[in-house]
Design a protein around this ligand. Structure first.
Ligand SMILES: [Zn+2]
Length: 486
């Protein structure tokens, strides 16, 4: 026992001489292991959690598993004795892969999953077969003098829709287009115009949409869309150029071209999801009122038929890194002076629900929140990147020092840039709430990144950088928590 205390002391002292004022515990630092982080990622990616679709019972099971680990490590619940902060989260269960069939006169082509199509995460259940109308971005914005539906009749037809807005430059004009960038807006606008169904020219699993009665849709690869266009005597490349030039090249396709879509889903409008919230109270009687948040989204893209979207890189990796750092901070002989709050966010894939809910219902005053670091897709690559690092440079110096002294990875950084468009990350929600926020992710990917596809499994994770990410978090957060000059 005595020997252990001595070793700990020696390690703490050693660390302090090597690392200026920022003292840490070598044993805690070295206890972070890639093997254990991969065990966490493998657990979270397991079929039993069905891709952690926010709102689903399986998501809540994954949340419970994470809470049980926090409890095991002596990390306290942060919401009045509970590890969970609940919020409303409607979702749809996709019960089969359904089917998408393309007819061109007498020819008939069955589309393949996942090469040609991915079922709509919030499609209505049912079938639709109809002629096609191309509607570009599907936007009706009278105040901008723009209407993709002006020259076409989509009643009872299947529309072909593009994501995004024709205006893409990140400046004040984009703010005017931003309300039209949301998938939800586009779906509602399509239904308002009488569309019976949709093929979305954007192939990925995407729960960030809305389930509208009778509106059946699927996400289709752009190469299929290009073929459909070619069969109609159109050049898809040229049409996309027209969109970029703010033209509205909408048109009705020849009557012999039809699509059939079958979707089997069940909608749960009153479901709930949660953030997992756990904390280590600061050791300093005054500084403990201030808090540092480590967060990342726990939810994934769910399951479609028998296919689980493990959502391993996005974002079992980030959650595993956070848990590795949490365990190390909990066992660290050097305690954080400020409090540390861990938030495993729900509803990110559905529209940043968990981060928005937290910022509207914070567990600590936002003005006492010194910083937030958000991890999303931190597990495939050889280098780090920190958005916001150049803006919040004093805070970032703790992470840079940690990296330079002990981790030795390439670490890039950018300034916080004002985003005039649709917010795309939990980090942007916290930053907009007035909290100094970093977004940490990995670069120089070693394996292909299968974004929102079934192939995002644990075999595309690089365990070495996950270990380093957790170590970077442990050192950097401890540095910030104990910096009395902040
Ligand atoms: Zn993500």
């Amino acid at each position: 026992m005595k020997k252990k205390v001595l070793t700990v002391l020696l390690n703490v002292v050693l660390a302090s001489t090597l690392f200026a004022q920022e003292v840490f515990d070598f044993n805690a630092f070295h206890s972070i292991s890639s093997n254990e982080l991969m065990e966490f990622a493998t657990e979270l990616s397991a079929d039993k959690y069905e891709g952690r679709l926010s709102g689903s019972p399986e998501y809540l099971e994954a949340a419970k598993w994470c809470a049980s680990k926090f409890e095991e490590w002596g990390i306290q619940p942060a919401n009045n004795g509970s590890y969970f902060q609940y919020f409303p989260n409607a979702y749809s269960e996709v019960n089969s892969l359904g089917s998408v069939v393309y007819f061109n006169g007498d020819e008939k082509a069955y589309l393949d999953f996942p090469e040609d199509y991915i079922p709509g995460s919030n499609s209505a259940s049912g079938t639709v077969q109809a002629e096609l109308v191309y509607v570009g971005h599907g936007i009706t914005a009278p105040e901008l003098g723009y209407d993709d539906y002006a020259t076409v009749d989509v009643k009872g037809k299947i529309i072909i829709l593009e994501s995004g807005t024709p205006y893409t430059k990140n400046d004040e004009t984009l703010a005017k287009w931003s309300p039209y960038a949301y998938h939800r807006y586009k779906f509602r606008n399509a239904v308002k115009h009488g569309a019976a169904g949709m093929i979305y020219a954007s192939k990925l699993a995407n729960p960030n949409t809305v389930n509208l009665e009778g509106f059946v849709y699927a996400h289709v690869d752009t190469k299929v869309v290009a073929q459909i266009m070619a069969d109609a005597g159109k050049d898809y490349q040229q049409i996309r150029e027209q969109l970029k030039n703010m033209e509205t090249p909408s048109f009705e396709l020849p009557a012999e071209q039809k699509v059939f879509i079958r979707a089997e889903t069940k909608y749960f409008p009153d479901a709930q999801a949660c953030n997992v919230v756990a904390m280590i109270e600061g050791s300093d009687p005054e500084l403990k009122d201030e808090v540092i948040i480590i967060g990342g989204h726990l939810d994934g893209q769910g399951k479609m038929g028998d296919v689980t979207f493990s959502s391993a890189l996005d974002n079992a990796s980030g959650i595993s890194d956070i848990m590795g750092a949490a365990k190390a901070l909990a066992t660290s002989e050097v305690k954080p002076k400020r409090s540390v709050l861990f938030i495993l966010l729900g509803g990110e894939e559905c529209g940043l629900y968990g981060s928005k809910y937290y910022c509207n219902n914070p567990l600590f005053p936002l003005e006492k929140t010194k910083m937030m670091i958000n991890l999303d897709m931190v597990g495939n690559g050889t280098a780090f990147f920190v958005s916001g690092g150049k803006t919040h440079s004093q805070l970032f110096s703790h992470f840079q020092n940690a990296n330079n002294n002990f981790i030795h990875r390439e670490i890039g950084a950018s300034a916080v840039s004002k985003n005039y468009g649709r917010p795309r990350s939990d980090a942007s929600v916290f930053e907009a709430a007035g909290i100094k926020t970093f977004g940490l992710w990995t670069r120089n990917s070693v394996y292909p990144v299968h974004y929102h596809m079934p192939a995002d499994k644990t075999n595309v994770l690089t365990p070495e950088i996950m270990e380093d990410a957790a170590k970077l978090l442990y050192l950097g957060v401890l540095g910030v928590a104990n910096d009395t000059k902040l």
